[in-house]
Write a protein that binds this ligand. Structure first.
Ligand code: ZN
Length: 323
């Protein structure tokens, strides 16, 4: 067992999460810095290096105590080459050599992965995966992210774009536009944004109930409002939940029919709704799953919350250095 630490970084468009993690997966220190995406994102790696040095000084630790730095970044990532292929909200040019830039800025060995894949690795290592080597993670947040792990390895695909579960087409015709340029993606119905959109479409028809009162009160509604109203048996909210869980259960069953993973782990802010979401998703999943899949693939809630990303990023280094 090494007593050294790994730096795990979860890079987001507005906030960068950092953590010092032991090779056993224990978070020793975690903190956040703002992501500076001005100047074509050229300050990002330097700011991370500075934040690490400051934190080491704060805790009287030497740089030699660090084994390496792993990072989950938005957008498709080529793990082998260490490049981010394209990402819209960080200012980086296409094919950005993030791994090299990180190594230059921090003088540490680096490894990078797509952020959803990082979160999946975190759950595999320390969370709901609990050692499962065949695992699919679906993050239901502002968007819908996915990470597919087969035999303990992230499935990258030929262009780093495997596991884009949010962009499975759920509504083949007449669906809402998605950020990716297509229409009717799963993300347009099963993300927090999608759930609110569905609610607004229904409310625009003049239907009254708890949700219309919330909208009148706050001039906006959230996905949590929809789940709360469904718990109170609000008809409109229940019908939205039916629609969301149908599409999600159907998509997850199709993924499971292809991969038969040990677990499908649901994470992200929307998953905090708990049983009111998971139960109907399970019902639909069981309806559409092949029998041998239905009997073996389990749905589970993520357990690491916001720590999944930094833990998975740290795991990249643990795995790479065989620690
Ligand atoms: Zn899409």
């Amino acid at each position: 067992m090494s007593r050294k630490w790994i730096v795990g970084v979860d890079l987001g468009g507005t906030t960068t999460k950092l953590a010092f993690v032991t090779t056993e997966g224990e978070i020793v220190h975690k903190w956040e810095i703002p992501t500076d995406n001005s100047n074509e994102g050229q300050n990002i790696t330097g700011n991370i290096a500075k934040a690490i040095d400051e934190k080491l000084a704060e805790h009287d630790q030497l740089k030699s105590n660090l084994l390496g730095i792993g990072m989950g970044a938005p957008g498709p990532v080529n793990y082998e080459k260490g490049i981010v292929l394209n990402v819209v909200n960080l200012g980086w040019p296409d094919n950005y050599p993030l791994k090299d830039r990180l190594e230059a800025a921090t003088s540490l060995p680096a490894a990078i992965e797509n952020d959803a894949n990082s979160a999946a690795l975190g759950e595999m290592w320390m969370g709901a995966g609990a050692g499962a080597k065949d695992l699919v993670c679906v993050t239901l947040g502002t968007g819908v992210g996915g990470g597919v792990i087969v035999g303990g390895k992230v499935v990258q695909g030929i262009n780093g774009a495997a596991g884009e579960i949010g962009h499975i087409t759920a509504i083949p015709s007449g669906g809402a536009p998605c950020n990716c340029g297509k229409t009717g993606c799963l993300e347009t119905v099963a993300s927090a944004t999608g759930i609110v959109r569905l609610a607004k479409v229904e409310l625009a028809k003049g239907l009254k109930g708890e949700l219309s009162e919330k909208l009148a009160e706050n001039s906006s509604i959230t996905a949590k409002d929809v789940f709360d109203a469904a718990r109170n048996s609000d008809e409109l909210a229940k019908s939205i939940l039916d629609e969301v869980s149908f599409h999600l259960g159907f998509a997850l069953a199709s993924i499971a029919n292809t991969l038969n993973p040990e677990k499908i782990v649901l994470g992200g802010g929307v998953s905090k709704a708990g049983d009111i979401l998971v139960d109907p998703v399970k019902n639909n999943f069981e309806k559409f799953a092949f029998s041998a899949v239905r009997d073996s693939t389990k749905l589970a809630l993520a357990t690491l919350g916001n720590d999944a990303g930094v833990l998975g990023a740290a795991w990249l280094i643990k795995n790479k250095l065989n620690q």
